[in-house]
Design a protein around this ligand. Structure first.
Ligand SMILES: [Zn+2]
Length: 363
């Protein structure tokens, strides 16, 4: 039961939360018991052994560093150069995991096919296999100028979400309004030229529509639930879901509780008090399927440990292994075995195959 998770902030967890992700989740929890240094630390759910235990053999793993102008209260760096340096530290962590045999970079179709073959072979023992990762940049602030994208692509970057929360240097992000910033179109043009996937997650509504118009390459929404079920700008409204489906996108179901159930009050609500379970997350998946008219556009984009822990995930989740419970719910609610294979991994692989076949990469 191989799984792909289309959104995990692994290097952020390693370097900002100081998590040695080679350790079991329980060891990391023990080490962090009582720590109050980071407001968003949360009770962790992800580590490399836990991914193996859950057969989550391939992930889209991020680099992430925001620029903040004076007066911006969000956490972030005071210059784009500092943000770039932070992402380069994150890249160094991924390289270190590769060197240790813990992870393997998936940057083209040949590597993807090799990796799938290893993980899906009946004789494979997942406990011994490296976690494959496709690298994505969440928020493009750290690209000091559009030229930096070329270097990042040569280093294996394969997806970019131009924005994160709040104002961004290339595009306004979640909970903001307005079109792309002045250099946004040039970034999209370079992304298309280099074959970089556009991740629309976190774009403002205006900039999402503008990006879909300007960008002719591959588009996905890596961790995004439905606005029809939880009304917030962070979520995808039905017309955006339909437009993404028309573009062949996959949309990743995200495990952040406030995006699953309405009325979440941070620090007050609990998964139990709000009835936040995988059953409710399945509602979002099924809503997207009903708009799409098929199950071909849904996948997992859990965002687990993305600045929240089990305080803010479905109550039937303890670690990332429990993503299989979401699949069980979907099976009960009508997904065939074939639909489930699509949701678990094949929809993402089909997406990558469609966009990576025949592509020449900068090296
Ligand atoms: Zn995010």
């Amino acid at each position: 039961m191989f799984l792909i998770d289309a959104h995990l902030d692994l290097s952020m967890n390693a370097l900002e939360w100081n998590r040695d992700l080679r350790q079991p989740v329980a060891s990391i929890r023990a080490r962090e018991a009582g720590l109050t240094d980071k407001p968003d630390r949360g009770r962790n759910t992800v580590s490399l052994p836990e991914l193996r235990r859950g057969r989550v053999g391939l992930v889209v793993a991020t680099q992430i560093a925001r620029f903040v102008a004076p007066g911006n209260v969000l956490p972030g760096w005071h210059s784009a150069g500092q943000a770039w340096a932070q992402t380069q530290g994150q890249l160094a962590w991924y390289r270190e995991m590769e060197k240790a045999g813990e992870m393997v970079a998936i940057t083209d179709l040949a590597a993807l096919d090799r990796h799938l073959e290893v993980w899906q072979s009946s004789s494979a023992d997942p406990a011994t296999l490296p976690i494959g990762y496709i690298r994505s940049l969440e928020g493009a602030d750290s690209l000091v100028s559009v030229d930096y994208l070329e270097r990042a692509v040569r280093d294996g970057l394969r997806a970019v979400g131009p924005a994160h929360y709040g104002p961004g240097r290339y595009a306004p992000g979640t909970h903001t309004k307005g079109p792309l910033e002045a250099n946004g179109p040039a970034l999209l043009e370079a992304m298309e030229r280099f074959g970089v996937i556009l991740d629309v997650t976190h774009l403002s509504d205006d900039s999402l529509w503008q990006a879909l118009d300007l960008f002719g390459g591959a588009v996905w929404a890596s961790h995004h639930n439905a606005r029809a079920l939880v009304d917030d700008q962070r979520q995808l409204p039905d017309d955006q879901i339909k437009a993404l489906v028309a573009r062949g996108a996959v949309i990743g179901a995200s495990c952040d509780a406030w995006m699953i159930v309405p009325g979440w009050v941070r620090g007050v609500s609990t998964p139990v008090s709000t009835g936040c379970t995988f059953e409710r997350l399945a509602d979002h998946v099924l809503h997207i399927c009903s708009l799409a008219g098929s199950t071909a556009h849904v996948c997992i984009g859990s965002d687990l440990d993305g600045a929240f822990g089990t305080e803010q995930t479905p109550s039937d989740l303890d670690t990332i292994v429990d993503l299989h419970r979401l699949c069980d719910v979907l099976a009960r609610r009508g997904f065939s075995d074939d639909d489930l294979d699509g949701f678990r991994w094949r929809n993402v692989v089909n997406f990558l195959r469609a966009h990576w076949t025949g592509r020449e990469w900068l090296a």
